[in-house]
Structure formats: C-alpha cells, structure tokens
Design a protein around this ligand. Structure first.
Ligand SMILES: *Cc1c(COP(=O)(O)O)cnc(C)c1O
Length: 423
C-alpha cells in the first residue's frame, strides 16, 4: 500500500498483538486490552483511531506490471479488487484473528449462516458424511439436510451430550463434525475437547458454531476445534444493526476457507465492517454486563412456581455445568426456560405482555428479547423434552438479556407472569 504513514504512532504498539504470534505461547494481554487494540495497524488506520470506511470496487494499479503481480500473488492485505476487501475489512479480520487464540486468519461472510455454509463447503465433498450435533441452530440443520444433501453430502445428527456413543456415529465416509456449545435453544454444553479428540482420531474436521461464547468465553481452536464460526450479527455487532459472519482457522484450513469464500464470491460491505469493528471494542464489557444480569434473572426465574426448568449453562445442575466450569471463562445473556404446564396461548400471553423485551429473532444486542421455542419439533437424534421431565412441561421461552437493569427486567417478567394467568 505504499508508504507507511508516519503519524500513526499511537497504533504502532498494537502490531504485536495482532500478529497472532503471541498466541504461540500464553497470550500477553487480557481481553480488554486485546479488544481495544485489535486490528489497528497504522497501514489500515492512517492518522485516525479506527480504520476509515474504504468504499470501492475498482482498485487502481500504478502500472501493468503491478497489476499482473497482485493478480498472481492473491495475498491478504493487498489491494486487488473490491471483492477481496479493503483496509476496513482487513482490519476487522485482523481484529477477529487477534482475539481467536491459535487462528492463522479469519474469513468474513455476509451473515452467520453464510459463514456456516462457506466453512462446510470448504471441507466437504460429494459422498462425505457430516455429523451434526442435535442441538444445532435450526438453519444449520436445514442446510445440512437440504443444500448439502443436494450436493451429495449425507447429514447425521447425534446426541450433544453422549460422548461415550459418539465414536459409533463415524464411518469411513465421515469427513466433518459440526458442534455448537451451548446449543441453540436448549443450551447443553458439549465436551468439546473429548468430541474433537474422537473426530481427529477418525480423520474428521471439527467445526464449531461459537456464536454464544465468542473466543473471549471459549477459545474454540485451543479446545480442539479446527474451524471456529461466529455470527457477528450477535455479540460483535451488538447493536442489532448489521448482519455478518466469520470463520477462523489454523493455517492450511484457513487457506481453504479463504479460497472457498473467494470462489463463492463472498464479501461484506466496508460500512458493515466498520460497524462490526466499533461493536467489537465494547464486546467484552457488554458480555460481562449481560451475563451478570442474566444470572440475576435466572436465579429469580428458578424461584418462580410457573417455571419448571431454566436452561442455562452457568446454573449448577444444568446439563454440562461441570464442562462449563472447566472450559469457559465467560458467557452471555442468552438462555431459555420452560413453563410448568400451561399452554401455547398462555405462553403467548406472557410474551405479549412484556414491555422491555422485544419479540424478535436474533440476540446479542443491547436490547432484551423474548421468543417462544419448541425444540421438540426439530430434534431427530436425541430425546426432547428429556425423559425425566414431567409431561406437559414443554412450553419454552428464550430470553436474550441486554443492557437494561436487572431489577427492571425482573419486574417486567413478573407482570408478564401475572398477565399469563389472567385468562
Ligand atoms: C443467529 C445465529 C446464526 C446465524 O447468524 P446470522 O448472522 O443471523 O445468519 C448462527 N448460529 C447461531 C447459534 C445463531 O444464533
């Protein structure tokens, strides 16, 4: 990119943090420092703190020789053409790589679902078998059986908590495993190190949808995963105003992800990349706050006679609580609970009565959300509801706790429960 700006001294100290090299040993900086400095290379930022928005399709070359040279090299961080990004997107890639221990690089996609599709397409071929955890995000399941099925990949679903039986799901065609921990809606924590060990011994690649914890709470590549996927729409964006996804991996797989994304023509807008970078700076604070608030709400819900089960990994006794304690260093404000008895219409009365919780998909924003959930309708590889639950306890609600005050959210839920009982 020519001459390095002289004036960008304040950003110089961040270079080592972003290089990824420090992760070969123990990270030298804490999460807050990392989030504040990540991706702020002088080459990307110039004289300002954050990388400016570089809008552009055409990139210009000084002469024909350099056009030919860039075309041949296809390197990260080289100006080439808009589809391969600009300093705004590269800074976001650097920043995400900087917070993902062991990653060689990160690829951006226009949504989380696009990231899951792009990562699976990078590692699967016709005839391969893909093992999918039975608590996976519903569009991941639909992609595995639908689009990937059409491409000749066979998807099989496995019980997220059954480590002992996991090896039995493999055959010589099994090429990849898709994990999600905690799983969408039902929140089971998986024994990721044990499952990825088994996958590796069978020659399969392990991918994880790590949207819930982010690498701040669960550094997935360090726990045995080969590819760590996130919907940046959730915690990284954090303000419910952008769609984006990412996949990070170690060296050889990173190159494969990048090559596949280039073939598929995946690109994110520089405006959205700048928003994602802005969100990233405060992600640690937002996660800490929403986790603390969620814990208060969870404890309150546990005390309510209307509630049969709270599905939250950081609750002692929850499925995978011990694994959560062992493997995670942080959480977020997303969890579910199940009503004792009641009905679909009673559940709707509760949700409709809430003032502070919006009704809508997505999560991880600054504002709280509530939706009804019915996991039983999508599971195929494990029992749901669990066999030991009382029958009739089936009407679930997922809450995404935002940055409001815990006391206000609890008061809102309290009046929601009152409305639920008024027929
Ligand atoms: C929302 C979500 C996705 C998909 O992300 P989009 O950016 O909405 O496409 C993937 N995985 C999980 C667990 C999600 O909650």
């Amino acid at each position: 990119m020519g001459r390095r700006p002289r004036y960008a001294k304040g950003n110089r100290g961040t270079k080592r943090i972003m290089s990824g090299k420090e992760f070969e040993g123990k990270p030298a900086h804490g999460n807050g420092t990392r989030l504040a400095s990540a991706g702020r290379k002088p080459e990307w930022t110039g004289a300002v703190v954050n990388p400016p928005v570089w809008r552009g399709s055409t990139h210009l070359y000084p002469d024909v020789a350099s056009l030919k040279d860039r075309t041949k090299r296809n390197q990260d961080g080289d100006f080439f053409y808009g589809r391969r990004g600009s300093p705004t997107q590269w800074a976001l890639c650097d920043a995400l790589t900087g917070i993902e221990p062991s990653a060689a690089g990160t690829v951006l996609y226009p949504s989380g679902v696009a990231a899951i599709a792009g990562a699976l397409m990078a590692v699967l071929r016709p005839g391969d078998v893909l093992l999918v955890t039975d608590n996976a995000y519903e569009p991941s399941r639909a992609m595995a059986t639908g689009l990937l099925g059409q491409l000749g990949v066979e998807a099989r679903f496995f019980d997220p908590l059954d480590v002992a039986g996991f090896a039995d799901h493999f055959c010589e065609r099994t090429r990849a495993v898709l994990l999600e921990s905690p799983g969408s809606l039902t929140m089971e924590v998986q024994d990721v190190p044990a499952l990825t060990d088994i996958a590796r011994s069978k020659g399969a690649v392990s991918l994880i949808d790590n949207t819930w914890a982010t690498p701040l709470g669960f550094p997935a590549l360090e726990h045995g995963c080969d590819i760590a996927i996130m919907s940046l729409t959730k915690h990284v964006g954090g303000h419910s105003d952008l769609m984006m996804g990412s996949a990070a991996a170690k060296g050889p797989l990173y190159r494969k992800l990048r090559q596949t994304a280039q073939s598929l023509g995946q690109v994110v807008s520089p405006d959205d990349a700048a928003l994602a970078l802005r969100g990233l700076r405060t992600m640690g604070l937002r996660l800490e706050r929403s986790t603390a608030t969620a814990l208060e709400v969870v404890r309150w819900l546990e005390s309510r006679s209307e509630v049969a089960h709270v599905l939250c990994p950081f609750l002692p006794g929850a499925p995978g609580y011990d694994l959560w304690r062992r493997d995670f260093s942080g959480g977020c404000g997303l969890f579910s609970f199940v009503l004792k008895g009641h009905s679909d219409t009673a559940r709707a009365r509760l949700i409709d009565a809430l003032d502070l919780f919006g009704i809508g998909y997505s999560w991880g924003g600054f504002e709280s959300l509530a939706i009804p959930i019915d996991p039983a309708s999508i599971r195929t590889g494990s029992a749901w509801p669990p066999e030991h639950w009382d029958s009739g306890d089936q009407y679930g609600i997922r809450l995404s706790i935002g940055l409001e005050d815990a006391a206000d959210l609890i008061a809102d839920l309290e009046q929601g429960f009152a409305a639920m009982e008024q027929k």
